[in-house]
Design a protein around this ligand. Structure first.
Ligand code: FAD
Length: 461
């Protein structure tokens, strides 16, 4: 404790909380993964500016004290959960929107601002910040960058990695690397910001970011479409991509069990009857409301004439669009739909293989546990599939299910993490998606930036 008093002296009493002043339960868990029993938080730090983050890290590095960076704690793989005695560094007080540069179409923001705050600030300034995900009210923009978050609009705007033009990060030894670039083109050596994006707090603490803003879309067209099979999903995706000239923003595939949970199991009347092989929720964001909806409807009608589309419902109002989206967003309602507890997977396989992969994964599950209930859905245009296995007496342990699914993903040369990261939960499976040479290079980068291993030890690599 006396050593930590020294940290408090260095960084300030208003920044570092000790003993009973730490509300520990709040910092012990992300959205899904809890700290192991008995883990102690030595101090909780709430810096308000970069210099304070630097002072904390310098002290922790000098004293070999592990640090767990925390954002909004909406992560789902345990990246922010403490796993050994450590100093927690929460970014929640660093939440200022520092600047919106209208000419450059950028926002400079502190890492602790929530995603929703960023979205609203962009909107008020006449712009659009496209990253969107269910945890938007609590997830922080620094956490989004640290996990390279994805969400529902990746197809059109890319992942968080594509939305960051510059950033500032503090290294383990307290060195501040300020790289707040605002320009689209900047080929001056290594792109250092990319080191910290997706690193899940293992290479540095992100303190500020320059985000890319977009013009606000003037129109949105949404449709729910039923199909006979996976090949038709690929054919429809091809038509929408080429016909909409880059305005396609979502193409969410739902296999029938998932569709049933999102509709009848939640007392919603299915907009299209059950019994079809696949359902797609698709969405475009455009600039010309009348022309866009005509183009959108023409493509879907053309696909129906070609026998690709079995049935379709096109939203005629934003309320109808929200109702269609609520089917795809039903995972938040799994407990009410009696699909709970569940074990969720976020994987990717090359899009052309996804239909066959789903059949194989379902077959592997049910041949081992005949009564296993698994739901398949995902952002398939991004090659991203989610699987939700109901945890009940009919299936084995979480570990056994993980082993089975991740080995299958590895065999299909897929990725064991599409958008959620590795954190703690997927660390032992990383080898299924990364070669020995890749893992060795990751370890060399970690050792170069954090030679004493104080930053989020035991996570990712
Ligand atoms: C309802 C719901 C829906 C979701 N939907 C999606 C989705 O569609 N797509 C998706 O990609 N994710 C999704 N997520 C997961 C989660 O929201 C994202 O991973 C998010 O980016 C995490 O941000 P956070 O601030 O909560 O980070 P935390 O959970 O606090 O931390 C995540 C990781 O980042 C590190 N970290 C946090 N802040 C910093 C920082 N400033 N500097 C360095 N390291 C830091 C932590 O140490 C940890 O390793 C969802 C979560 C929920 C609860």
């Amino acid at each position: 404790m006396s050593a930590l008093k020294d940290l408090q002296r260095v960084a300030g009493e208003h920044v570092v909380k000790l003993g009973d002043d730490i509300f520990a339960p709040r910092h012990m868990k992300d959205f899904v993964v809890s700290a192991p029993e008995g883990v102690e938080i030595l101090a909780a730090a709430f810096p308000t500016e970069t210099a304070e983050v630097a002072a904390i890290l310098r002290w922790c590095n000098d004293n070999r004290v592990p640090v767990t960076p925390q954002g909004g704690l909406t992560g789902v793989v345990g990246g922010a959960a403490p796993i050994a005695p450590c100093v927690v560094v929460s970014l929640e007080r660093m939440r200022a929107i520092e600047e919106i540069d209208a000419a450059a179409a950028t926002m400079t923001v502190q890492a602790g601002a929530t995603l929703e705050t960023v979205q609203n600030a962009a909107d008020e300034a006449g712009f659009f910040f496209p990253l969107d995900l269910g945890g938007r009210g609590a997830a922080q923009i620094g956490g989004n960058a640290s996990t390279n978050a994805g969400g529902n609009r990746v197809l059109r705007y890319g992942m968080m990695r594509d939305l960051v033009l510059g950033l500032e990060a503090v290294l383990a030894d307290g060195t501040v690397v300020t790289s707040l670039n605002k320009m689209l083109k900047n080929n001056t050596g290594y792109d250092l910001k990319q080191l910290f994006i997706g690193a899940e707090g293992t290479l540095g603490i992100i303190t500020r970011l320059v985000l890319k803003l977009y013009p606000k879309p003037a129109s949105q067209c949404t449709a729910l479409v039923a199909l006979n099979g996976f090949d038709d999903a690929l054919a429809l995706l091809g038509r929408l991509k080429s016909g909409l000239g880059g305005a396609l923003s979502a193409f969410e595939l739902m296999w029938p069990d998932f569709y049933r949970v999102g509709t009848t199991a939640l007392d919603r009347t299915p907009p299209i009857a059950e019994g079809c092989a696949l359902y797609v929720l698709t969405d475009m964001l455009g600039a010309d409301p009348a022309a866009d909806s005509e183009r959108f409807e023409t493509i879907i009608a053309g696909a129906a004439e070609a026998g690709i589309v079995v049935d379709a419902v096109i939203a005629k109002s934003s309320a109808q669009a929200r109702a269609l989206w609520s089917i795809r967003d039903c995972p938040g309602e799994f407990p009410r739909a009696q699909h709970w507890p569940q074990l969720g997977f976020d994987v990717s396989v090359p899009i052309g293989d996804m239909g066959a992969f789903v059949e194989e994964a379902r077959g592997l599950l049910t041949s081992r546990w005949p009564k296993a209930q698994a739901l398949f859905f995902g952002h398939i245009a991004d090659s991203n599939l989610h699987i939700s296995v109901k945890l009940d007496e009919h299936v084995g342990s979480e570990h056994e299910i993980d082993d089975l699914i991740y080995a299958a993903v590895g065999a299909w040369r897929g990725s064991i993490s599409a958008e959620h990261g590795i954190g703690l939960a997927k660390r032992e499976y990383l080898h299924f998606s990364r070669s020995d040479a890749e893992l060795a290079l990751m370890r060399r980068i970690k050792a170069a930036l954090d030679p004493n291993g104080i930053l989020n030890p035991g996570k990712v690599i």
